[in-house]
Ligand binder design. Structure first.
Ligand SMILES: Nc1nc2c(ncn2[C@@H]2O[C@H](COP(=O)(O)OP(=O)(O)OP(=O)(O)O)[C@@H](O)[C@H]2O)c(=O)[nH]1
Ligand SMILES: [Mg+2]
Length: 245
């Protein structure tokens, strides 16, 4: 179990002086040719957090994405493109701040919900996971939506605990959770980042989020990526079940 700091001991309501603020938060993302979206995403983060959150981009782009990111004050780490999980693992391991939020750099995730995510961490949750399917995720292609429902059902059965969106890109983590687990997946990293903490007893909350239309081209092949994610879900759930024995 985690050593949780229940900074807001009554489990909600007023935040104390000890509560985490946006100055304790890093928003991190993999960026791969996202010049159409990155300006909007970084402006949203700046506006919503009053410029206090740190932004880390692990970038494999050949377009203007890294320049735009730097112009907006983000820390940019260059990395050969090797897939979603390789970029995001580097991104989540980079910050020193105590709270890490992941997002995609495609303007699909609601940065205006960052205050809610921080508040849930201050209530004592270790991981707060954005559930896109709760509101219907109409902006998501139908094939992906069906796949995401099936991933969530499969993971729920294999874990013995109901989850609703295993592949969301928007989550907040206490840094301790990231550091205490060995991450193994690439395309399936998002599912792994939900499943392993849940199965190790960390307090995880799924929160409904709005999901927008993607700006720019997808970087995920739905069939190849979907199969890789399904394999990750089965492997990670079984590994965690065996770990409990
Ligand atoms: N640095 C880096 N970033 C990547 C790589 N692959 C994907 N990304 C980024 O990771 C995020 C997720 O990729 P997406 O293409 O949005 O994948 P997705 O959300 O499953 O697919 P969509 O529903 O089309 O958005 C985006 O911000 C990408 O730019 C990579 O190989 N290297
Ligand atoms: Mg995306």
């Amino acid at each position: 179990m985690s050593q949780k700091q229940h900074l807001n001991g009554d489990g909600g309501g007023e935040q104390t002086d000890d509560a985490f603020t946006f100055a304790d938060l890093s928003v991190v993302m993999g960026t791969y040719n996202e010049e159409e979206a990155i300006g909007t995403v970084l402006e949203d983060i700046e506006r919503v957090t009053d410029g206090e959150a740190e932004v880390v981009c692990v970038d494999g782009s050949s377009d203007r994405t890294p320049e735009i990111a730097r112009e907006h004050g983000a820390r940019v780490i260059e990395q050969e493109p090797q897939g979603y999980g390789v970029a995001v693992e580097e991104a989540i391991r980079t910050p020193d701040r105590p709270i890490v939020v992941t997002t995609d750099c495609d303007d699909t995730y609601p940065m205006e919900q960052l205050p809610e995510f921080l508040a849930a961490i201050n209530e004592g949750y270790d991981v707060v996971s954005g559930d896109r399917l709760y509101h219907g995720a109409e902006a998501m292609p139908a094939f992906n939506r069906l796949g995401n429902h099936l991933f969530a059902l499969t993971a729920s059965v294999l874990m013995g605990e109901r989850v609703h969106d295993t592949t969301t890109g928007m989550r907040a983590y206490r840094r301790e959770v990231i550091e205490s687990i060995e991450w193994t997946e690439n395309t399936g990293l998002s599912a792994e980042l939900l499943i392993r903490p849940l199965m190790r007893g960390y307090d995880v909350q799924e929160r409904p989020i709005r999901y927008g239309e993607r700006k720019g081209e997808t970087k995920l092949d739905p069939i190849e990526g979907g199969l890789a994610i399904a394999k990750s879900i089965v492997t990670v759930c079984l590994e965690e079940q065996f770990r409990r024995l």
